[in-house]
Design a binder for this molecule. Structure first.
Ligand code: ADP
Length: 542
C-alpha cells in the first residue's frame, strides 16, 4: 500500500522560493570584486535568479546543458546557481586554482556552453579561450562601468545581460533526480573526475547537514562561507543558508586573516566554514593584533586534518567552538562532523581536544564502514585502521562521462580512498589517504598523525611526512618541516619533542628543514610533488 502524501519533488528552486517567502529581507552581504561592500537580500536574489533562468533560456540554454562558473563567493555567483538550476541546466563550478591545462580539460570535458566569471579571471580565460571551442559566450559578473575590453567571445557584462530579461518566468518542472551541479575533483593523480549532483541530493544534503551537531543553522545564524562555491559544492552553504534563513556574508576574493576578521566583526558573523589554512591565518592575525572575535560562536573546519593545536587555541583562548568535519567532493561534500555526543559530555581537557581532533561521526544520510583490502568489515574499536567506505543519498555512484561500473562494492559502498579508524562511539578518525600511508614492515604508519604532532612543536609552522624506501622495512617516514617566521628548528629538537608522544617504531627516521612545502590547487599538502622533490633522498646509512 502506498502512502497518501503529496509528491513534492526536492528541487533546488524550492529553496530560494522558500527563502523569498519566509525570509525575503534576510541579508546577503558581499565584498564585491569591484571593491565596495554590496548588500542585497533573499527576496532580491530570488527575483534575479528568475531573470538569470529566463535570460539563459533566451540564450538557447536548455535543461541538461552545462554552464560553467569561475568565480569568487558573491551574491552574483549565488543567484547564477539558482538561475541555472531553475532552468534545468547544470552549474559547473570551475576552480581557478587549478592549472590552466586542467581548466581547459574540464571545461571541454563538461562541454560547457557558457562561462560566467569574475573580473579577476578574465585574463586567465583570455589566455586559454582559443582552446575552448565549445564555449559560445562569456558573461562577466560586473556592470557596464567596470567591464574591461576583452577578446573573449561574445563577452557581456552580467548586469547588462540580465537587464534583457524581466524575470516573468516559471521555474522549469523537473524530476528531482535530474542533474543540478557538476564539480571536478582536483585530480592529483590522472585527469580530474566530474561529480554530478542532483537536485534531490543537494536538497537532502543541505537539510541534513544543517543539523545542530554540524552547521547548526537557524534563521538567527549569520554565516561566512570562506569555503569557496567553486570548491566542493560550497559545503552546501549556498543552499542551506537560504533554506534556513541564515544571513550570508560572502567574502569575495579577500581571504587573508585581517580581511576575514574585519568582515566577521562588521557583519556579526556567528558561524564560519573553511579549510585549516584559512583558520590558521585568522588565528595568527588574532594573536599578532591581540584581538578577539565578539560574535563568532562556531567554526566548521575541514578539507584537511585540523591541527590539534589550532582546536586548542580557538577553544581555550578565544571561546569558539571548533567542529571538525570531513568529506569529499564525491559526498556533496560533507560526511561527518565532530560535535560531542551526550554520552561523552563528561569529557574535558586534553581528552576533549583529542576527541575534537577526530573527524566526527556520520550524520543522517551517511553510512560508514571500514574494511581490509579484501573488503571484510573491521571492528569499530578506535584502533584498527581500514579503508573508509560510505553510502548515502548524497554519495556519488559514478563519475561524469566515465564508464566505472565497478565503482561501488557489492553493498553499494564507495571507497573514499581514505584510511581511518572508527571508535566505539562512532567517531571516525582519518589516519591517511590510502596512497600516503607509510607501510613499514607490513604495518601502517599514519602520516597525518605524525604531521599533527610535529606542528604542535612551538617553532614548527608546517609539517609533512612521506614514506621513503628503506632496504629493511620497505618504507620509513621522512618528516619535512617549515619553521615559523623568525624561528629556527633542527632535526634533533623536533625528534626529541615527538619522542615520548608516539610509538617508537612510528618515529621519523630523519627530518628535513625546508623554506616551503608545496600545496595543491585546493590548499592541501602536495605529497606527489614532495615525493618527486625527495625522489633521490635516502636515509643516512641506507
Ligand atoms: P580536493 O582534493 O579536490 O580538495 P576533496 O575536497 O574532495 O578534493 O578532498 C577530499 C579529501 O580531503 C578526503 O578524501 C580526505 O582525504 C581529505 N579530507 C577532507 N576533510 C578532511 C579532514 N577533516 N581531515 C583529514 N582529511 C580530510
Amino acid at each position: 500500500m502506498q502512502g497518501l502524501m503529496q509528491d513534492w519533488p526536492l528541487l533546488i528552486h524550492r529553496i530560494i522560493d522558500h527563502a523569498g517567502i519566509q525570509f525575503p529581507g534576510r541579508e546577503v552581504v558581499s565584498r564585491s570584486i569591484e571593491g565596495p561592500t554590496h548588500r542585497t537580500d533573499y527576496g532580491a536574489i530570488r527575483a534575479r535568479s528568475l531573470q538569470v533562468a529566463q535570460r539563459l533560456g533566451r540564450q538557447g540554454v536548455r535543461a541538461g546543458d552545462r554552464v560553467a562558473t569561475l568565480a569568487w563567493n558573491t551574491w552574483r555567483h549565488l543567484e547564477s546557481w539558482y538561475g541555472i538550476t531553475g532552468l534545468g541546466a547544470i552549474y559547473h563550478t570551475v576552480n581557478p586554482r587549478l592549472f590552466p591545462e586542467q581548466i581547459v580539460w574540464i571545461i571541454n570535458h563538461a562541454e560547457d556552453r557558457i562561462v560566467m566569471t569574475d573580473l579577476t579571471f578574465v585574463p586567465l580565460l583570455e589566455s586559454i579561450a582559443d582552446r575552448l571551442p565549445g564555449v559560445e559566450r562569456y558573461i562577466v559578473f560586473t556592470d557596464a562601468a567596470h567591464m574591461p575590453a576583452t577578446s573573449l567571445k561574445n563577452a557581456v557584462a552580467y548586469e547588462d545581460w540580465l537587464q534583457e530579461a524581466d524575470g516573468d518566468f516559471r521555474w522549469v518542472e523537473l524530476d528531482e533526480k535530474s542533474a543540478a551541479g557538476l564539480c571536478y575533483t582536483s585530480g592529483t593523480t590522472g585527469h580530474p573526475k566530474g561529480v554530478l549532483y542532483s537536485h534531490r541530493s543537494n536538497v537532502l544534503h543541505s537539510m541534513s547537514l544543517a543539523n545542530p551537531d554540524c552547521l547548526g543553522l537557524s534563521s538567527r545564524s549569520v554565516v561566512l562561507p570562506v569555503v569557496p562555491l567553486f570548491h566542493a559544492n560550497s559545503w552546501s552553504l549556498a543552499f542551506s543558508c537560504p533554506m534556513y534563513g541564515a544571513k550570508l556574508v560572502m567574502p569575495g576574493m579577500r581571504l587573508d586573516g585581517a580581511s576575514i576578521f574585519e568582515l566577521m566583526e562588521s557583519e556579526a558573523v556567528t558561524m564560519a566554514a573553511g579549510v585549516p589554512t584559512v583558520w590558521l591565518m585568522l588565528l595568527q592575525h588574532l594573536q599578532k593584533e591581540g584581538r578577539r572575535l565578539s560574535t563568532l560562536k562556531r567554526m566548521l573546519v575541514g578539507g584537511s586534518a585540523c591541527p590539534r593545536a589550532m582546536i586548542e587555541a580557538f577553544e581555550h583562548d578565544y571561546g569558539i567552538e571548533v567542529v571538525h568535519a570531513w568529506g569529499m567532493t564525491e559526498m556533496s561534500p560533507i560526511g561527518s562532523c565532530g560535535s560531542i555526543k551526550a554520552q561523552l559530555s563528561h569529557v574535558e581537557g586534553n581528552a576533549l581536544i583529542d576527541l575534537k581532533a577526530k573527524q566526527g561521526f556520520a550524520f543522517f544520510g551517511v553510512e560508514m564502514k571500514i574494511t581490509d583490502d579484501a573488503g571484510k568489515s573491521l571492528p569499530w574499536d578506535g584502533k584498527t585502521f581500514g579503508r573508509l567506505k560510505v553510502s548515502g543519498f548524497a554519495v556519488t555512484r559514478g563519475y561524469y562521462g566515465i564508464d566505472d561500473a565497478g565503482l561501488l562494492d557489492a553493498d553499494g559502498f564507495f571507497d573514499t580512498g581514505d584510511v581511518a579508524t572508527i571508535d566505539q562511539d562512532g567517531y571516525m578518525q582519518i589516519t591517511d589517504r590510502s596512497k600516503d600511508v607509510i607501510k613499514s614492515g607490513g604495518e601502517w604508519i599514519s602520516s597525518i598523525e605524525l604531521e599533527n604532532l610535529a606542528v604542535a612543536h612551538p617553532d614548527v609552522h608546517e609539517a609533512a611526512v612521506i614514506g621513503v624506501a628503506h632496504p629493511r622495512w620497505d618504507e620509513r617516514p621522512l618528516l619535512i618541516v617549515v619553521p615559523k617566521e623568525g624561528r629556527t628548528v633542527d632535526a634533533a629538537t623536533v625528534l626529541a619533542f615527538m619522542q615520548d608522544r608516539i610509538a617508537k617504531w612510528w618515529m621519523p627516521d630523519d627530518v628535513q628543514v625546508v623554506d616551503e612545502i608545496p600545496h595543491t590547487a585546493t590548499g592541501k599538502i602536495n605529497k606527489l610533488k614532495l615525493r618527486e622533490i625527495f625522489g633521490a633522498y635516502r636515509f643516512p646509512g641506507t
